[in-house]
Design a protein. Structure first.
Lengths: 453, 177
């Protein structure tokens, strides 16, 4: 099946199994470079700013944010949706491609899943803080309580959202950890340090690589992959219903669930690309994450970008075709022209136009090209969420209600803090966990190579 | 209880598989084989099967029924509240929660089944017969106690002929697999 040279080898350089182990484990065994320490300090500083902002938010209340009666959802919801979108990469990447038997995922899935876990952790902070009285957050759990028992509203997308995100975090973390077991065992058996042997031994749960373990491991991966694939589609659809059930013009739209899911996968893949370019550059792992891998991600990004462009046009068309004056106002006088022109056109340019550069092989094969386009996509996706949340809220049906919105340093602090949290997580991941699924790489090492035995 | 074992080490997947094939044709008792990555032919030759999907199916069925049952109890029997004129048992809006919780239960449940059946949990110290098995070697472990001398010699010979790079005879205390 894989004998034809469609993609070229998945692992370049004719590596032996032992060599794969050594090269992938090397960053875990080595002392990190100076860049790592500097990045870690910066990430921690950002996290500390975030902790301060959260402290103020909890201590004084969400009056310290820029939100007001009209614009009740500000940066926090924008960032929440943004992070959840990024958090779709891991599952989209590893689970969809696992089910489609796309073997080229092997060198990327581990980092994509790590990213997912940290992004969803960052995302989950926002709705929790947005509750205002975070110490009453447990009210959202449906448990037999002394207040009636009064149950939560099972018809509300806000409750679905809570369920979906909690489940998503637990499931993606489990999937990530399960995949790590054989590799943690590899480090346990390979390392010379006693501390590492004990720690990785503990966390590898006694993995030995016996045929009995492997067959259950494989069948569990497929069970989890198959069932969690639904989540890739469901989580962001549920997030979109938070908006779509509202009556605000610009939100009240049936296009939202697919539009959000595609957007989520778009920003997730873009973040995977950013991370992969950096990992390739820093750790010199070009033999594992080959040019062909980057090329494949870039091609997927063009495709999704076209869907995004179509979705934007569809929204605009439907607003005009509906003949509803509020919809027409929201799209034509508040986004395309009007106060939010920059955000709207920023979104169009970054998400629908710039990724078209990937049609050119020169851009797909150039690391700076890949890095800058993927970063621009993530900025564009942030603008998109800003557009949806802020423009619709700030000018709704009654002009007397109109208000403007600008974030305070506390809003910015929470956002910067989550970026710091994400970066800290990714840096720790690079340092302590093998960045690629070693056992899976060994399984695909001879695909596409012409080895003579 | 100490157990005498014969351990054959291979550095090539094909040789390793042909060795297992010959050993199982001769009806030798293979304790287990250890590989750095899943090798599907091994599962076929040793007739390894996993019933995990079946377990997952029943966990899922249980999760669906109990979630729907709970939602019905909470929203219809225990404390009915009218939300936006919808019926108490507004089934379509229960689907989302049921779906998500089913996925969560299947994940956690089948992980638990996996952990119990494969005996993998924090602090577990399964016997490592050869620590190169997680790196780049393929390992066959034979039970030497069940063999007489000629049988053992024949088994070792099979492994040698099929291309084992090393054969170790060793006793292990408290074998845990």
């Amino acid at each position: 099946m894989y004998n034809k040279e469609v993609r070229g080898p998945l692992v370049e350089g004719n590596k032996s199994l032992g060599q794969i182990t050594r090269e992938v484990v090397a960053p875990v065994e080595a002392t990190p470079g100076l860049w790592w320490s500097i990045a870690f300090v910066l990430a921690s500083a950002a996290t500390i700013y975030g902790v301060y902002a959260i402290y103020i938010t909890v201590y004084k209340g969400i009056g310290t944010w820029g939100v007001n009666n009209t614009v009740g959802w500000g940066w926090e919801i924008v960032n929440f949706v943004w992070w959840i979108g990024i958090g779709h990469a891991g599952t989209a990447f590893s689970i969809f491609l696992l089910i489609l038997r796309q073997k080229w995922r092997t060198s990327i899935n581990r980092s994509a899943e790590a990213m997912t876990v940290f992004a969803v952790m960052s995302a989950a902070l926002f709705p929790a803080l947005h509750m205002g009285r975070i110490w009453l957050a447990f009210y959202i759990f449906p448990y037999p309580n002394t207040r009636g028992p009064l149950w939560v509203n099972f018809n509300s997308p806000l409750f679905w959202d809570f369920t979906a995100i909690t489940a998503y975090l637990l499931i993606s973390a489990s999937f990530w950890y399960l995949g790590m077991l054989p590799d943690l065992a590899t480090i346990r058996d390979k390392t010379t340090s006693k501390i590492r042997k004990a720690l990785y031994g503990f966390f590898s749960l006694g993995w030995t690589g016996s045929s009995r373990q492997w067959i259950r491991f494989e069948s569990l991966s497929f069970v989890l992959g198959g069932i969690a694939a639904v989540l890739v589609v469901s989580v962001h659809s549920i997030v979109s219903t938070d908006f779509a059930v509202g009556i605000e013009s610009g939100w009240h739209s049936t296009i939202f669930p697919p539009f959000f899911v595609v957007g989520a996968i778009f920003s997730g893949f873009a973040m995977v690309m950013t991370l992969m370019v950096l990992i390739r550059k820093i750790y010199k792992l070009n033999d594992y994450i080959t040019d062909n891998h980057m090329d494949a991600i870039a091609r997927i990004l063009i495709f999704i970008s076209l869907i995004m462009g179509t979705a934007y046009l569809t929204e605009i068309f439907v607003a005009w075709y509906s003949g509803n004056m509020y919809e027409i106002f929201a799209f034509f006088h508040n986004r395309i022209t009007g106060d939010y022109t920059i955000q709207f056109w920023g979104m169009i340019v970054c998400n629908a136009l710039i990724p078209q550069l990937f049609w050119f092989k020169k851009v797909r094969r150039n690391w700076l090209g890949l890095l800058s386009v993927s970063l621009l996509i993530n900025i564009g996706m942030w603008w998109e969420r800003y557009n949806i949340v802020i423009t619709s809220l700030s000018k709704d049906f009654l002009p007397s209600n109109w208000a403007s919105y600008s974030p305070t340093p506390i809003d910015i602090g929470v956002y910067v803090g989550t970026i710091g949290l994400f970066a800290t997580g990714v840096l720790l991941f690079m340092r302590y966990i093998p960045m690629m699924a070693i056992s899976e790489l060994k399984g695909v090492a001879d695909i596409g190579t012409k080895k003579e035995d | 209880m100490a157990k005498a074992l014969k351990i054959g080490i291979f550095d090539n997947e094909e040789k390793f598989i042909s060795s297992i094939k010959s050993l199982s044709e001769e009806k030798y008792e293979i304790v287990d084989v250890f590989t750095p990555y899943p090798v599907h032919e091994v599962f076929e030759v040793l007739k390894r099967k996993s019933r995990l999907p079946t377990a997952a199916y029943f966990i899922g069925l249980f999760a669906i029924l109990s979630t729907l049952g709970f939602l019905y109890y909470a929203a219809v029997i225990d404390w009915p509240v009218v939300y936006g004129g919808k019926p108490f048992n507004s089934f379509p809006s229960f689907i989302v929660i049921t779906l998500v919780l089913t996925i969560l239960c299947v994940t956690i449940g089948s992980l638990a089944v996996f952990s119990a059946r494969s005996k993998l949990f924090p602090g577990r110290d399964n016997t490592i017969f050869d620590n190169r098995a997680t790196d780049d070697k393929f390992v066959i472990v034979l039970d030497a106690d069940s063999l007489d001398e000629t049988g053992a010699d024949k088994a070792l010979n099979i492994m040698k002929v099929t291309g084992a790079i090393e054969i170790i005879s060793k006793e292990f205390e408290n074998v845990k697999t």
